[in-house]
Write a protein that binds this ligand. Structure first.
Ligand SMILES: NC(=O)c1ccc[n+]([C@@H]2O[C@H](COP(=O)([O-])OP(=O)(O)OC[C@H]3O[C@@H](n4cnc5c(N)ncnc54)[C@H](OP(=O)(O)O)[C@@H]3O)[C@@H](O)[C@H]2O)c1
Length: 289
């Protein structure tokens, strides 16, 4: 059996849908069954409740699992959550853990300046030393994070306000990551390897705004703001000061160090066609406003 954790989240839910689309059984770990109603219409998905921070709740979820895709929120005690899950998996006889990590681990972000990068690094090293087979998937920024309401973003009906100057990013569609993760988990192999995953183009925020405008028919303008201005705007939305600091670290690293390298080698290895931002925006036009 294959287990996917973080199944109710942004990336986990798309991976679960890919398994359903391929009609391959998968088990979804959720903390709260009420949030898993989205899977009711997918008969090949087995939903099991459990908390990755509480190993005693994971027995049913881990029973008979050969490979697991490990995902949890970047915001909630990620290191403790995932190292606890690794230990529980080991006890339960799981053979191979695929970790959804981040590009920060590979593009040279200074993890001393960015807490999420540091957390991913710690978890990767912990998993590598665990004795389990491991594979790290290291995606760049998710395209889905340009939807309004996504954490760290500041997109309103007519402006995309970010402290990015003219720096570029190479965001990737989670649908591409889900296809890669499905092939890896279903077919096995690729043990003790790390895979960088980006989208096919390095885009300035002006270009991202233009793609969203083109797809939606509403003009969205990129406004370059200062890091301090960005932080003030995020605090005004009710985001906690700690998260705002983490987001500011992220954008600071992205602006100054860059995340613009395009690397499609993982798409090629798993035979997945890279989705362009224009295709993504056009497919999801209704979700932008
Ligand atoms: N944002 C990006 O552009 C980006 C790019 C590359 C990599 N990443 C990485 O991708 C990962 C996933 O991001 P995401 O946006 O998909 O996350 P997300 O939407 O916040 O989802 C996190 C999921 O983890 C679950 N979870 C958290 N703590 C748990 C626990 N103790 N036990 C069981 N489940 C738990 C949540 O369950 P509930 O529904 O119950 O809360 C939710 O389903 C993060 O590590 C992030 O750093 C993000």
């Amino acid at each position: 059996m294959i287990l996917v954790t973080g199944a109710t989240g942004v990336s986990g839910s798309i991976v679960i849908r890919e398994f359903a689309r391929q009609q391959v059984p998968v088990r979804a770990l959720v903390r709260n069954r009420a949030k898993a109603r989205i899977f009711d219409a997918l008969p090949s998905v087995e939903v099991v409740e459990g908390n990755m921070l509480q190993p005693e709740t994971l027995g049913a979820a881990l029973d008979g699992v050969e490979r697991a895709l490990m995902i949890s929120s970047a915001a909630e005690r990620m290191v403790e959550t995932q190292t606890t899950f690794i230990e529980a998996s080991k006890q339960a006889g799981v053979r191979h853990i695929v970790k959804l990590s981040g590009a920060e681990a590979s593009v040279g972000f200074n993890s001393a300046n960015f807490r999420t990068a540091l957390a991913h690094e710690k978890i990767e090293r912990y998993l590598e030393a665990s004795g389990l087979a491991w594979t790290h998937l290291r995606p760049s920024q998710f395209m889905q994070f340009y939807f309004p309401g996504a954490p760290a973003m500041n997109l309103t009906a007519d402006t995309l306000s970010l402290p990015m100057a003219n720096a570029t990013l190479a965001p990737v569609d989670i649908e591409d990551i889900a296809k890669i993760a499905f092939r890896l988990l279903h077919n096995g192999g690729h043990e003790n390897k790390s895979y960088d995953i980006t989208g096919p183009e390095a885009l300035t925020m002006t270009e991202v705004a233009a793609h969203i405008s083109q797809a939606t028919g509403r003009t969205v303008r990129y406004v370059d703001v200062t890091l301090e201005g960005y932080q003030r705007a995020m605090l005004a939305t009710g985001t906690s000061p700690e998260r705002v600091e983490a987001f500011a670290e992220l954008w600071g690293e992205r602006r100054d160090r860059g995340e613009s390298r395009v690397n499609l080698s993982t798409h090629e290895i798993f035979d997945v066609r890279p989705t362009t931002f224009a295709e993504f925006a056009s497919r999801n036009a209704a979700r932008f406003f």
